[in-house]
Ligand binder design. Sequence first.
Ligand code: ADP
Length: 278
Amino acid sequence: MEERAKEMQEQERRIKIRMAKIKHKLAILSGKGGVGKSTIAANLAIALARKGYKVGVLDVDIHGPSIPKILGIRGRELATGPPGIFPAKGPLDIRVVSMDFLLPDDETPVIWRGPMKMGAIRQFLADVAWGNLDFLLIDLPPGTGDEPLSIMQLISDIDGILMITAPSEVSQIVVKRAIGFTRELRVPLVGVIENMSGFVCPKCGAEFDILGIGGGQKISEELGVPFLGKIPIDQRICEDSDRGTPFIIEHAETPAAKAFMQVVDKVEGYLKQRGTQA
Ligand code: ADP
């Protein structure tokens, strides 16, 4: 038992050293699944890398990793060497670590209980040679269970959480609890992003209110949390993710990509205000 405690302490020491080389750590969270966390994490990574930042993405969605697919780098292998596990390199030199790289095929499920998942997360943080990064984006699975809890406990200097919601009340209720979670753990919240907010017809430019509009803004007003923007539904987001081509580059002129870039500006503004500009 004492041996195990020592091992964990040693691992935490390594995590501190690795994390000290990364200027900003941002986590992408939502109470709900399917609201666009991974899509937003991947596109945010691309946007930041395009601005000249060195970016890494840690896909902590152990059961349903999708960052490699969205970034078009499925099937890569994680090499190891004396500095540790090397992350896979994605577009614009984005470094990526995901459970997806470790699974043998598309059908193999990850059937792990909490302690196994926590062990994997600890290893991702302690043994991956991220190197010096400006940003590490952490894509969390839905909910407020073991994975986000481990991340918040192991990375003591997280710059903030980006909370993703769909406009629906069903999503709002769950996301409010997730905001409560960040407050309980005293982790700063960058703000709320409302994804799938209305639909702009690519042909005629008309706006349709498909899943609703305004739910994210409502949460931010009710709970006194900054609102970072609304990203509309755009089928090209889904198509680009399936193809592994970055939407915000491929379709930079769309209202969704522009809304996205505004979110990026707000994130930079938040960091500037905190006095930790990248
Ligand atoms: P999560 O990580 O929250 O589970 P994903 O990022 O995997 O959600 O998104 C779920 C699905 O919705 C994906 O197929 C993605 O391409 C699609 N999607 C996400 N945001 C949008 C959007 N604004 N417009 C259209 N499709 C979207």
